[in-house]
Design a protein. Structure first.
Length: 207
């Protein structure tokens, strides 16, 4: 499984292009803006986009959905629990976004997204939003805005819950193999091992 990353928009969101080297099939995770740039990167690698996947419904993770769907006619995947946020994604800050395509498929715990010979398992990780999901496969985790390098997702926006977020991280993410590489929604990649040792939210001795 190949992973290419683009940082997009004023929110510095990580958009990931995940592809199978054998079939050139691909999924785009969290196309948060700059659709033209994302499309150019995909075409440069001659990839065939099979899915557009949103880890959650906030504006900085979905804004280029429409542009990519128009270009590739790929289905949009989202948790149904985030549909309300998806339809009103501007954080209540007055941010305006053109109408997004309706999700084609709703995804939830245990679903498998197949990208050529690679598989991504859906893990429900609510807390940042009610329908936040992470995607796991090939010793790799796409954590959305649930877990970052040295930090965790914010929970002060509509639908957020700190207790749910921490439960999601402890019960669903930190139990994965220590060498699992985490690709978060913002900031640099990390590993489970590094977060267990260095993240102040989990290592009290670090504070």
């Amino acid at each position: 499984m190949n992973v290419d990353s683009l940082t997009v928009s004023m929110f510095a969101t990580n958009c990931y292009i995940v592809s199978c080297p054998d079939t050139k099939e691909a999924a785009v995770i969290d196309p948060g803006a700059e659709g033209k740039r994302i499309i150019e990167e995909i075409k440069k690698s001659n990839l065939k986009v099979q899915y557009i996947i949103n880890t959650h419904g906030h504006i900085d993770h979905i804004a280029a959905n429409g542009r990519l769907k128009e270009e590739f006619n790929a289905p949009v995947l989202l948790s149904k629990k985030d549909l309300e946020i998806y339809k009103n994604p501007g954080y209540g800050l007055g941010l305006v976004l053109r109408k997004q395509p309706e999700p084609d498929w709703f995804i939830g715990e245990g679903d498998i997204v197949r990208i050529g010979t690679a598989n991504l398992s859906v893990i429900e990780t609510p807390g940042h939003t009610p329908g936040g999901v992470s995607l796991y496969g090939g010793n790799t985790l796409f954590s959305g805005d649930t877990l970052f390098s040295g930090s965790v997702g914010r929970t002060d926006l509509s639908g957020g819950s700190y207790s749910e977020l921490m439960n999601s991280i402890r019960e669903k993410i930190l139990v994965l193999p220590p060498d699992t590489v985490i690709y978060p929604g913002h900031g640099p990649a990390t590993t489970i091992q590094d977060e267990l040792v260095l993240n102040p939210f989990f290592n009290c001795d670090f504070i």
